[in-house]
Design a protein around this ligand. Structure first.
Ligand SMILES: Cc1cc2nc3c(=O)[nH]c(=O)nc-3n(C[C@H](O)[C@H](O)[C@H](O)COP(=O)(O)OP(=O)(O)OC[C@H]3O[C@@H](n4cnc5c(N)ncnc54)[C@H](O)[C@@H]3O)c2cc1C
Length: 382
């Protein structure tokens, strides 16, 4: 078996892993990323990087490049299924005015990969097993190779092999709803700087302009887990599923390139009490995968990466840095996972009577309360 050694090994080259490698590089540390995918392909739908993630990227000096690759979102509206306004938030008036940026995932990925040397990443490395050899970790991969390291960072997403090895018994939870995401050509009536979510009895439909004449949309519907029927939905099925919604919904689905449609059951990780153990740490979805209802999964992964790089710079040992990181991150990330779980239950109500009450309550909520809640989430501290 071929083996190599690196001081810092990051497993997973998603948003968390790449951002961490960039942060470490700025501190003079060359980490190695082992990524399962044989190559990075321009796949994935869109993503909103909220102000907290953009503030974190500002620390790495990357916020402007990322903003240029995406599209600033200045307003966020929640509508009922007929298109009538429930709540409206001026995002540019929240906090210090740092923009929320909607971006195609592939574009973000490209910006991140461009910041690293090709030698920082090895592809086709799907981790299989981890063991401790002396004072080092040894990770073996499906391709028959192995890598030893002094410090192991798990950034492999929600199905982390490292997490299951270090903290066995962690629980993935199915939310009760499932999601399709797609990229459509823009249609008349979609404002270029406003994101909307339409909440109705058939579920939620999100509309997010990502620039370049494209719109990222997501459709969220209650249903059983692992449903082959839902997985096989095509554009006509989706239009049918949201048939009584305002016209933009069916128009956007109609103008979607079918190959861009991605289907996922929505699951999260029940909050776990530890992220670090000795010279090993979990970041991003591996540590605290959340339902996407607050649009904070990737944002928290980015916060993790920037904060962990800072901890490694400022603490006397890496083990201390990992412990400090855990201390800084547990509370905030648990709060987001829990709030997002609750918000999903509220957003996915099916009963028309309860929906009426919910919409009435939301409409009567003072905008200052909404603004304050958002400001807490968008606050970023190193
Ligand atoms: C429908 C939906 C909408 C979302 N919208 C938003 C949004 O608007 N804003 C937001 O902030 N977040 C959003 N999220 C959440 C966001 O996608 C995730 O939180 C984010 O991608 C987590 O990044 P990560 O790097 O931790 O994990 P991942 O993105 O899962 O990356 C993990 C990487 O590790 C690799 N990998 C996996 N297993 C292994 C292994 N065993 N060995 C080696 N490599 C491995 C994978 O190939 C991948 O490249 C959304 C999620 C969903 C499902």
């Amino acid at each position: 078996m071929q083996s190599q050694h690196t001081p810092f090994l990051i497993i997973g080259g998603g948003i968390a892993g790449l951002t961490l490698a960039i942060g470490l590089r700025k501190n003079g540390i060359d980490a190695l990323i082992a990524e399962a995918a044989p190559e990075f392909k321009p796949v994935g739908a869109g993503l909103v990087l909220a102000a907290n993630a953009m503030k974190a990227y500002r620390v790495l000096g990357m916020n402007e490049t990322i903003a240029d690759a995406g599209n600033a979102i200045n307003h966020f509206d929640i509508l009922d299924h007929t298109g009538k306004l429930i709540t409206s938030t001026a995002m540019d008036a929240v906090g210090d005015g740092t923009p929320n940026v909607a971006i195609h995932r592939a574009a973000l990925h490209q910006v991140l990969v461009n910041e690293l040397n090709p030698e920082n990443i090895v592809n086709d490395f799907l981790s299989k097993e981890i063991s401790i050899v002396g004072d080092k970790y040894e990770v073996t991969f499906e391709n028959g190779r192995s890598i030893t390291c002094d410090y192991l960072i798990s950034a492999e997403g929600i199905h982390s092999v490292v997490r299951d090895w270090v903290f066995p018994g962690s629980q993935l939870r199915y939310s009760g709803y499932t999601c399709w995401r797609g990229i459509s050509d823009i249609v008349k009536g979609v404002p270029f700087d406003k994101a909307t979510e339409t909440w109705g009895p058939s579920g939620r439909f999100g509309i997010v302009p990502v620039g370049d004449g494209k719109v990222y949309w997501f459709a969220v519907k209650n249903g059983p887990e692992n449903s082959e029927k839902l997985r096989s939905y095509n554009k006509a099925d989706l239009i049918q599923a949201f048939t009584d919604y305002h016209a933009l919904v069916s128009q956007l689905i109609q103008h979607t390139h079918p190959e861009t449609i991605i289907f996922n059951d929505i699951i999260d990780l029940k909050p776990i009490p530890r992220y670090a153990k000795g010279n090993m740490v979990l970041i991003g979805d591996a540590a605290h995968a959340t339902t996407p209802n607050m649009g904070q999964g990737a944002c928290q992964a980015i916060e993790d990466a920037v904060i962990l790089a800072e901890c490694i710079k400022s603490q006397s040992t890496v083990a201390k840095a990992f412990e400090t990181f855990e201390h800084k991150r547990l509370r905030r990330t648990h709060q987001i996972v829990n709030r997002s779980w609750t918000l999903g239950k509220i957003g996915q109500l099916k009963n028309r009577g309860l929906i009426k009450v919910r919409n009435l309550l939301l409409r009567s909520m003072p905008s200052s309360v909404n603004k304050k809640n958002i400001e807490k989430v968008y606050d970023f501290k190193l």
